[in-house]
Design a binder for this molecule. Structure first.
Ligand code: KG4
Ligand code: ZN
Length: 362
């Protein structure tokens, strides 16, 4: 069974064909990176326009690269939320039209559920022991779920904690921006942090009132800002902004960033990264113990963070931990097709009333 997945919830137009929820036949991602970079973040109006431009060729490429024709597709799955509503609408409308014209089922998928299935997709069938604790951390969300698998066709999700303000990836991006690095800042901070001392500055994250498994990252961002103001870093920040402006494609190499970043700033970056990742690790482990799970699933763009991966590897964590490969960590449509497969098996289809929902809950 060939399932076409479509993903347009944020700033990537993506389409993929996955066979029987297991084998990726194609996985096309058209990033709008260059459109948004100069604004230091995603501009919703521009995002929908770019999706409109890209959706038809991206889907066509996914079908062609899979070596298939449209008539071979058994179902069309699409992200229907959460995300930018104008962006979601492009994918949802196109998926409806395609499923109608092909006479195949339409399956709406929650984007966060997709991130969880990016991990399941890459393991052998029945490899991941459930129940599992899933941490999904990206630019748009930081959520922890208790995930239970009930037979082949059904997964149940229970939200255990979420961010009350910034998402983890958003914190990386905002701190990077304030330090003069370019967008998205997560990968840059990750690479530079390995040159700094993570113990140099002790950032404390306040304990949560109410649900202690919730996250809060905005205070951390403010703490970095205060540090920047106290240390008088304006000149070096201006230098890095200029570097980003003048670099080919707006992407300075690691060497150029390092030249423009003195040791105390590398220490600051490393300490910030440590504070964010420790918070994610602490919450995930606490939830895992409380709910007595059998594995951990770590997904979303921030799951590519090398320190986070390192913290969850080895003896430190008494659970098998599953990460997606780097290409499935960030937004893609293979994960949407994979998440749709259990729904296909159990006949949970959407109809043409499927709506794009900006804050769709899982
Ligand atoms: O899942 P994703 O592609 O899109 C959203 O759904 O948001 O995640 C993108 C986010 C960005 O905030 C980016 O800075 C962050 O993931 N990110 C990272 C790393 N790679 C991507 N954050 C920290 N370390 C990384 N290596
Ligand atoms: Zn995402």
């Amino acid at each position: 069974m060939y399932l076409l997945g479509i993903e347009t919830s944020c700033d990537e137009t993506a389409a993929a064909v996955v066979e029987s929820g297991e084998r990726i036949l194609s996985n096309v991602v058209a990033s709008q990176f260059d459109v948004h970079r100069r604004y230091g973040g995603v501009v919703p109006e521009l995002a929908s326009r770019e999706h409109l431009r890209a959706i038809v060729p991206v889907v066509r490429q996914a079908v062609e690269e899979a070596g298939l024709a449209y008539r071979d597709l058994g179902a069309v799955a699409v992200t229907c939320g959460p995300g930018l509503v104008g962006s979601l609408l492009v994918g949802v409308s196109y998926a409806k039209a395609l499923s109608l014209s092909l006479g195949v089922p339409l399956i709406g998928v929650n984007h966060i559920e997709g991130h969880i299935h990016a991990v399941v997709l890459e393991q052998k069938p029945n490899e991941v022991p459930f129940p599992s604790l899933a941490l999904v951390a990206s630019g748009g969300h930081t959520h922890m779920f208790y995930v239970h698998r009930i037979g082949e066709g059904d997964y149940r999700y229970e939200l255990l904690g979420r961010t009350r303000d910034d998402a983890a990836g958003e914190a990386f991006d905002k701190v990077a921006k304030l330090l003069g690095f370019s967008y998205p800042g997560g990968p840059i901070i990750d690479r530079l942090a390995s040159y700094g001392n993570p113990e140099a500055i002790r950032f404390t994250v306040p304990r949560m009132k109410g649900n202690e498994l919730d996250f809060s990252f905005s205070g951390l961002k403010t703490a970095v800002l205060r540090h920047v103001q106290a240390a008088g870093m304006e000149a070096e920040i201006a230098r890095r902004r200029e570097l980003a402006r003048s670099a080919p494609g707006g992407r300075p190499t690691l060497e150029r960033w390092l030249e423009a970043t003195p040791q105390p700033t590398l220490d600051l970056v490393a300490s910030f990264q440590q504070a964010v990742t420790e918070e994610l690790v602490r919450h995930a482990l606490r939830a895992a113990v409380e709910r007595d799970v059998r594995s951990l699933i770590i997904s979303g763009g921030v799951a590519s963070n090398s320190r986070l991966r390192q913290r969850f590897s080895g003896q430190a964590v008494p659970y098998p931990v599953y990460f997606p490969s780097l290409r499935l960590s960030t937004d893609n449509a293979a994960m949407i097709a994979a998440a749709a497969y259990p729904k296909f098996l159990s006949g949970r289809f959407s109809d043409l009333s499927l709506a794009a929902e900006a804050s769709l809950a899982l």
